[in-house]
Design a protein around this ligand. Structure first.
Ligand SMILES: [Zn+2]
Ligand SMILES: [Zn+2]
Length: 257
């Protein structure tokens, strides 16, 4: 009887989810698409108006072939830092530079659970995912206490949209954040490494072994958190770890390498 009740409950939830997604579809058709930055009506869904477009600095596939940071005049296709000490993340890419507009999108996604924003981000991140169908998309996880408070992980929303667009599997539960970490801002690289060391754990090693894992993040600042994720994934047997984020800090003054 209990089992049957559970099944009925699941069914109701499924029907509700179905109705919700139908309503969303209907809304998408009924309402004209709006700029993800300022909300004015635009011609294409999940895009920016010309004014906002000018404000966004798209990074794409430029920069160091490994870490993606803008190259100095003396570098070839790989930066000095990556040459000296190859990072655990074999390839890092971000759709846009961290700025007023990209920050506002990230904040609205983080606190508003706006699926439309996740879709916009995914649209610009998708071309940067250079993966075969065997790779796994893994969002940088939140600690469960934060997850409970917020109700969702913004990077998991983006990973889900990327998964839909690229037909690559997303595994939002594969990596866990087992320890809460304080904000890393203002710490030295060594302090940051120490703070995030051991903060992550792989739930199922057999799901990771031999795989290419593409970490998905909303904003990439120091890279210490992603490095800690990569270390954990590599220890669990991942063959290769990459990272694709929506925005990244590229201004030398904001860079804390
Ligand atoms: Zn706009
Ligand atoms: Zn580099």
């Amino acid at each position: 009887m209990l089992v049957r009740c559970g099944a009925v409950g699941d069914k109701t939830a499924m029907v509700e989810a179905f109705i919700r997604s139908c309503a969303r579809w209907a809304l998408d058709f009924a309402l004209p698409p709006r700029c993800a930055g300022c909300g004015t009506i635009v011609a294409q869904v999940h895009s920016f108006c010309p004014d906002c477009w000018k404000q966004v600095e798209f990074l794409g596939n430029t920069g160091c072939s490994t870490c993606g940071i803008p190259l100095a005049a003396t570098d070839t296709d790989i930066c000095g830092a990556c040459l000296a000490r190859p990072p655990r993340i074999a390839r890092t890419r971000a759709a846009v530079a961290y700025g007023e507009l990209s920050r506002s999108l990230a904040i609205r996604l983080k606190y508003g659970r706006k699926v439309a924003i996740a879709r916009t981000m995914a649209r610009y991140m998708a071309p940067l995912v250079a993966a075969d169908g065997q790779a796994l998309l893994v969002p940088v996880p939140l600690h469960r206490s934060r997850l409970w408070r917020r109700g969702f992980n913004q990077s998991a929303l983006v990973a889900r949209e990327l998964s839909r667009q690229l037909r690559i599997r997303a595994e939002p539960m594969l990596l866990r954040r087992i320890r809460r970490t304080p904000p890393l801002k203002g710490m030295s690289p060594q302090q940051r490494r120490k703070t995030v060391a051991g903060a992550f754990r792989v739930r199922d090693r057999s799901a990771v072994a031999g795989k290419t894992i593409i970490l998905i993040d909303d904003v990439l600042t120091t890279g210490s958190t992603a490095e800690a994720c990569a270390r954990t994934l590599k220890r669990a047997g991942a063959a290769r770890v990459e990272l694709v984020s929506w925005a990244r800090v590229v201004k030398p003054s904001q860079l804390m390498r």
